[in-house]
Design a protein. Structure first.
Length: 507
């Protein structure tokens, strides 16, 4: 009955499963075309003909999609901010098929967009015009887990959560944990150098990726799939593909370090009145918890309000301006619990926090993490979300949220901040009723200018994609961008790999 009422009022919407729940999203047909929204001119690429489709079909058979209704989900990102115009989706099952596809596309100068779980936030995984979408979702085999050395080898289409479960069953934990783990794929994670909540403990994918296999734009298979922890022979080519967002080639296999699964995990949720107290808490956590500290995550009162409003999660410590999740992971339960207890006693007695709660059993740990990880879904339910992922000096971390909130005023419905205190990564979110050019102009380039002014980075873990290409000089020197162009031309002289992304067009 509710659905019929909504439909009658023109409010019927598509649904998206986020972390096992449903979030309401506007229909893809209402999303403006990316090419129009960003005033992009199509490159001089060939259009896909029936002869091309015959070649593709000879490679992948029935795993070519051309039906408009079936292609449409690959054209639109999960936040409904970007919409391309592709008419062809290919779903290879092997490196050999990827190689054959790219060899043909290179010969015919057909543009290609690699796509994993399509969970990106900056338009990097969706087409702009009629590029061929090459989906890695069927390349999802786990090849090996070397338990003695702690190395997992798998294909690029493996879903992160599937890998996490596989590793956990064998006593290991992945170095990467994201809110989108149920959908994102490890190839896309590597291509964007995704970060997440475990970066404080285990470091980035640049350090945890031992090897990878990639297919170059001309179809050449580049085998750098080493499982060695030390290999100092020449240039470390795999690093070029980590964070390149599919502009140099397509990652098809990954060799990833996995770490012993902690025997003891404890989580505390504490409330602070000021952001200076959040920073003081972080400094105390580093010094007092040191070797067992595995995560320090924060979210503000606006974020908590939306999580309670839309997801009905219970807030065990209400009426705080800032919330911080502190996680410890170790091998000795008694030692870790005592250490966390001393830390909490210290920050409470010093007045650093106003309230707090601790969880040691898995269900309570999950309920605390659900508050932090539910922020993204809660924002989606509130309205259209403008999302910004930046790295800032910690003394300037929350200042940006406050300035954007004041700048947008009533044009925005809600402005929130959350993120990874341990690595300086702020997720700034501005929610509105609908897309608005007025709001867009208030946000950009102001946010990028502000970030550059304080010597931050305009992209912490989501990449540049389409959204930030023209702002790359806010974080990189002209000389560095010039060298990137030379690398791009060396690997992809025709520019067919994920065009319009990462690097701005030459002036």
């Amino acid at each position: 009955e509710i659905m019929n009422l909504l439909k009658g009022r023109g409010f019927i919407r598509e649904q998206l499963v986020v972390q096992g729940r449903r979030a309401w999203l506007r229909p893809s047909s209402s999303v403006p075309l990316t090419a129009d929204r960003y005033s992009i001119t199509r490159g001089s690429y060939a259009e896909v003909t029936q002869l091309d489709r015959d070649v593709f079909q000879s490679i992948v058979g029935s795993r070519m999609i051309t039906s408009p209704s079936e292609v449409e989900p690959y054209n639109v990102d999960w936040l409904r901010n970007y919409r391309g115009q592709s008419k062809t989706v290919l779903k290879p099952r092997s490196t050999e098929e990827v190689s054959a596809i790219l060899k043909h596309c290179s010969k015919q100068r057909i543009a290609v967009v690699p796509q994993g779980g399509n969970t990106g936030l900056v338009g990097g995984s969706t087409p702009v015009f009629d590029e061929v979408v090459l989906s890695l979702s069927l390349m999802n085999s786990i090849i090996a887990l070397h338990e003695t050395s702690g190395v997992l080898v798998c294909e690029a289409g493996c879903v992160l959560e599937t890998l996490s479960h596989y590793a956990a069953e064998r006593g290991f934990v992945l170095p990467l944990d994201l809110g989108a783990k149920g959908s994102c794929q490890i190839g896309g994670n590597a291509s964007t150098n995704a970060g997440g909540i475990r970066l404080l403990r285990y470091g980035s994918l640049h350090g945890n990726t031992l090897g990878l296999e990639a297919v170059l734009p001309d179809g050449t298979v580049l085998d750098c799939l080493s499982t060695l922890k030390k290999d100092n022979t020449g240039y470390d080519l795999k690093q070029l593909f980590i964070g390149a967002e599919g502009t140099l080639g397509i990652i098809t296999k990954v060799a990833l370090l996995v770490h012993p699964k902690p025997q003891s995990v404890n989580v505390a949720l504490v409330g602070c009145e000021t952001f200076d107290q959040v920073l003081k808490l972080y400094n105390s956590a580093r010094s007092m918890l040191s070797e067992v500290l595995s995560a320090v995550e924060f979210f503000d009162a606006n974020s908590m309000e939306l999580v309670q409003k839309h997801l009905r999660h219970r807030n065990p410590i209400p009426n705080s301006n800032f919330y911080v999740v502190v996680e410890t992971s170790g091998s000795n339960t008694q030692h870790d619990e005592e250490k966390l207890s001393r830390f909490l006693d210290c920050i409470l007695s010093e007045g650093t926090v106003s309230n707090g709660t601790v969880a040691t059993d898995s269900s309570k740990v999950s309920s605390i993490w659900a508050l932090r990880e539910g922020v993204t879904e809660a924002l989606l339910r509130e309205g259209v979300v403008y999302k910004y992922d930046v790295t800032l000096p910690l003394n300037k971390f929350y200042c940006l949220v406050e300035e954007v909130r004041e700048r947008c005023g009533q044009v925005a419905r809600k402005t929130t901040g959350h993120g990874h205190i341990g690595d300086g990564n702020l997720h700034l979110n501005v929610v509105a009723q609908a897309h608005s050019q007025e709001l867009q102009d208030l946000l950009e380039p102001f946010i990028f200018d502000w970030t550059a002014k304080v010597k931050g980075s305009i992209s912490a873990e989501h990449g540049l994609g389409l959204q930030k290409t023209k702002y790359i000089l806010h974080s990189k020197s002209a000389e560095a961008v010039h060298m990137m162009r030379k690398i791009k031309h060396l690997f992809d002289p025709q520019g067919i790999m994920n065009p319009y992304k990462t690097l701005p067009p030459p002036v």
